[in-house]
Design a protein around this ligand. Sequence first.
Ligand code: ATP
Ligand code: MG
Length: 275
Amino acid sequence: MPSPDFTTTFPFTWQFSDDLRDGERQSTYADAEKLCKGPEPVPDWVVTERAAVDTYLGVLKTGKEADCLLMERAVPGGRGCVLAAKQYRGEEHRLFHRDAEYTDGRRTKGSRDARAIQKKTAYGRAVAAGQWAWSEWEALKRFWSAGVPVPYPVQIDGTEILMEFVEHDGEAAPRLAQTRPSRALLETYFAQLRDAVMLLAAHGIAHGDLSPYNVLAAGERLVVIDLPQVVDLVANPAGPEFLMRDCHNVCTWFQRRGLEVDEHALFADALSQIY
Ligand SMILES: Nc1ncnc2c1ncn2[C@@H]1O[C@H](COP(=O)(O)OP(=O)(O)OP(=O)(O)O)[C@@H](O)[C@H]1O
Ligand SMILES: [Mg+2]
């Protein structure tokens, strides 16, 4: 008798998808690789359950290279959390404002990838988007573990990073640039940013694009975001220049708000942390 062209033993995988509505997807957290999940200990508020469902709630902001969306991850009928989903774009209209200077001292694995990125082929753009996402993911984990105030990195999935949603009074926290803090708050804000710059320098890195646009003000607490271009202060010959620019951007804003701060002093103090 010819053998049947089907098998009677097949793996049974549990599918929740019948119950999912438009815009919902099964959470991929439980099955994600360890390297693609945030550092331990995982904060209690992070929903890690296999039964969780992800729902995009809307767009927070479309940026030059990525879009930030708001996402809910919740167990049906159970607990949930709200996350910020930063999705790097790989398509044509993406603007590459972060250029080669930043990546000096980093290696691109595989020359085929390097050539494709250079030629900006569709494949190259996808690789570049993935690399920026991975670079920001690594930086978020590193900053978080070093005690720098950044959103907790929950998960990376291809070109999408899921992280703690920084909010204040139930709304997305404003960028520092949009705020008009009192004198006392200005002082504590500056102290927080100063500590962050020092801590990073002590780890041999600079943010690389630090400005009041890449810092969120969650009430009295500042949170640093947007880290794909973190710069190695030792391996990258332009490292100190980037650090100086970070110090300049931060200090200029505080000076305009009436706080006497000195970018050169901040730069010198940061440099002295390196060795
Ligand atoms: N974790 C977060 N919590 C709350 N809001 C966030 C978070 N991450 C990003 N945002 C919002 O999305 C905006 C863009 O994020 P980000 O700076 O990381 O991306 P970008 O591509 O550099 O965008 P842009 O070009 O506008 O700087 C932020 O200014 C902020 O308003
Ligand atoms: Mg930004």
